[in-house]
Design a protein around this ligand. Structure first.
Ligand code: ZN
Length: 171
């Protein structure tokens, strides 16, 4: 089976109704389906990095960082791309909640971004899968006439609350 067909089947199994697409609705559906909490965090990442997904040990929390140095359009794409890694159940860097909190407070996340991006020995295949699925999501959204929704980033309430707790007033 080619990657596109395989990703299409995975996406269909997710059972999301794209007529109701908004980034937040999509995320809420994935969270419920996979029984995980997904937190979207905008961050001034190093140049050349678009996004990174970091998983938290012992709790079902997934952190998606996306680079706020790029355009809003690129940020939306990065959110989708990382979500597709999560949907595909790819592997990623796992760290403890204390470690993440400490690094956020020190604003010293670059080393873990590097590690997260080098997460898998089969990284190129996973990149192809995530990017193929992200394109499919955009096509489904377009078919449902919801493209305007792809100009809006997730506002993800619980990540905002978490960031406030560790001392950031704005995400
Ligand atoms: Zn990727």
């Amino acid at each position: 089976m080619d990657v596109r067909t395989c990703m299409r089947e995975k996406l269909e199994r997710l059972g999301f109704n794209f007529n109701q697409f908004s980034m937040d609705e999509f995320i809420a559906h994935i969270e419920e389906k996979l029984n995980r909490e997904i937190r979207m965090i905008g961050w001034p990442m190093p140049q050349g990095m678009y996004g990174a997904w970091i998983s938290i040990e012992d709790v079902d929390h997934e952190y998606v960082f996306y680079n706020t140095r790029y355009s809003r359009h690129q940020q939306v794409n990065s959110q989708l791309h990382e979500l597709c890694h999560i949907i595909c159940d790819h592997s990623t860097l796992k760290i403890s909640p204390e470690k993440l909190k400490g690094l956020l407070e020190e604003k010293n996340l670059d080393p873990i971004f590097e590690q997260a991006l080098l997460r898998s020995p089969d990284i190129s295949q996973e990149e192809i899968e995530a990017e193929t699925m992200a394109i499919l999501v955009q096509e489904f959204v377009a078919e449902c006439d919801r493209l305007k929704q792809l100009t809006t980033l997730s506002t993800n309430e619980h990540s905002r609350r978490y960031m406030e707790k560790v001392g950031f007033s704005r995400v």
